[in-house]
Design a protein around this ligand. Structure first.
Ligand code: ATP
Length: 404
């Protein structure tokens, strides 16, 4: 249908990037990006009119997002024409706009396009050997200045190589090493580094990526204390196992992986050293606050858990120790627990206790004629504790308890 619209509007339209790569890899990908050899914003408007939906326009970048009525989002971009300066004596190189657009991309495997116009439907556009590199399982840049142009591509190369089990091509690896030696990361903004690191930490095997980052001396380039010594590696591997375990449970909410891994990467740092990393990665106030406050509450929770293990071990006490922590903090604690028994208790909290709620609310207390105030919190906490410690406590029993 998009193809028919393209024909009607007289423009060439292509699917590009990760969508095409994943088709060739037989992997599911529902993130379709279109590139238009023409006015993407006008085409996006036509798509919204034809398929139903609205358009978010980014005039400056000549791109648009079509938000369909189902909530699905489709990116539509204008094929970017970047003119390169050539010495006057040389003839101007005429490139079609799709070729220019693909040329500015990161790797050959991501520089593929498939045309959707009906008369050319399904034509694979592969100017740089992306198909061959997919077959040979190789990550390769399109030209030798690629990493100088955009150093974040180094993190992307590592991420894609690990995700697909590809290797980084010999020349591309040499270019990474040269770029690192030229210190190109020092000039790069923290937000751009953090954006890519965050994507990397959301992958299934971030530790392998971090090891690759260390092999290329990239962790140190980001923060002098970021290392992958055996102790740190062990912590991160435990985190990876816990995050994978939690993912398999399909529980809500899902954690922010970057936060759990950053807690691990900062293990052994003092607060000032964490601040250096926070500034380097240009974390937002909210992100920085999450990280620093979580480090403090984890320290307190560890002490409390230790005391709890020595004491009577009431289930409710375990609940009240872990409940104030953000999910990422609980996962981190689980990963750092050396004792099997402690891991079991934290797992019990995550899988069962955390979601348990009592059957009465403040409204019930009001109906009982109890004057509102801090007493409400105390009563509800006492009822929660009673419910957690006595398997079946009916609503009536909870109300009776509240009255008493
Ligand atoms: P994922 O499956 O992780 O979403 P993706 O390839 O779709 O992978 P995006 O980050 O969404 O990755 O980028 C979309 C496309 O934009 C890529 O396929 C690539 O062609 C291009 N791209 C993204 N980042 C860069 C970059 N830093 N330099 C050049 N091209 C890039």
């Amino acid at each position: 249908q998009v193809g028919e619209l393209a024909r009607d509007k007289g423009v060439n339209v292509y699917c590009v990037g990760g969508f095409v790569r994943d088709i060739l890899l037989h992997l599911p990908n529902f993130d379709v990006d279109f590139v238009v050899e023409g006015d993407a914003i006008a085409f996006a408007r036509a798509m919204a009119r034809t398929f139903g939906g609205r358009v978010r326009e980014h005039r400056k970048f000549k791109t648009a997002v079509v938000v369909l009525e189902s909530g699905e989002k489709i990116d539509v971009a204008t094929a970017r024409l970047e003119y390169y300066e050539y010495p006057a004596a040389l003839p101007t190189v005429e490139l079609s706009s799709i070729k220019m657009d693909l040329f500015r991309r990161d790797f050959t495997i991501n520089a593929l396009a498939v045309q959707v116009n009906p008369d050319q439907f399904g034509r694979l556009v592969d100017f740089f050997g992306g198909q061959k590199d997919i077959k040979n399982k190789t990550i390769r840049v399109l030209h030798s200045l690629s990493f100088v142009e955009d150093p974040t591509r180094i993190i992307r190369a590592i991420r894609f190589a690990q995700r697909f089990g590809f290797s980084i091509g010999g020349q591309t690896e040499r270019l990474i090493k040269n770029a690192v030696e030229l210190n190109i990361f020092h000039k790069l903004s923290g937000s751009r580094i953090f954006h890519e690191i965050r994507l990397m930490l959301a992958e299934n095997k971030p530790v392998a990526c971090l090891k690759e980052m260390a092999r290329f001396n990239l962790l140190k380039a980001i923060h002098p204390m970021l290392t992958m010594d055996p102790a740190k590696q062990q912590i991160l591997e435990e985190i990876e196992k816990v995050v994978a375990w939690y993912r398999l449970l399909y529980l809500e909410p899902s954690p922010c992986p970057w936060l759990v891994y950053l807690l691990g990467l900062c293990a052994g740092f003092n607060d000032a050293q964490v601040q250096v990393l926070v500034r380097r990665l240009n974390l937002t106030k909210k992100q920085a606050c999450l990280l620093t406050s979580l480090r403090h509450s984890i320290r307190k929770a560890i002490e409390d858990l230790f005391r709890w293990e020595q004491g009577k071990q009431a289930t409710s006490e375990l609940f009240f120790i872990l409940e104030p922590l953000a999910l990422e903090g609980v996962l981190y604690l689980m990963a750092r627990s050396r004792k099997e028994s402690m891991r079991k208790h934290i797992s019990l909290f995550l899988t069962q206790l955390r979601t348990q709620t009592i059957d009465i609310t403040g409204k019930d207390l009001q109906a009982l004629g109890i004057a509102s105030g801090p007493i409400y919190g105390q009563i509800l906490r006492a009822v929660t504790a009673a419910k957690l410690d006595n398997d079946s406590l009916s609503r009536e029993e909870q109300l009776r308890m509240a009255r008493e």
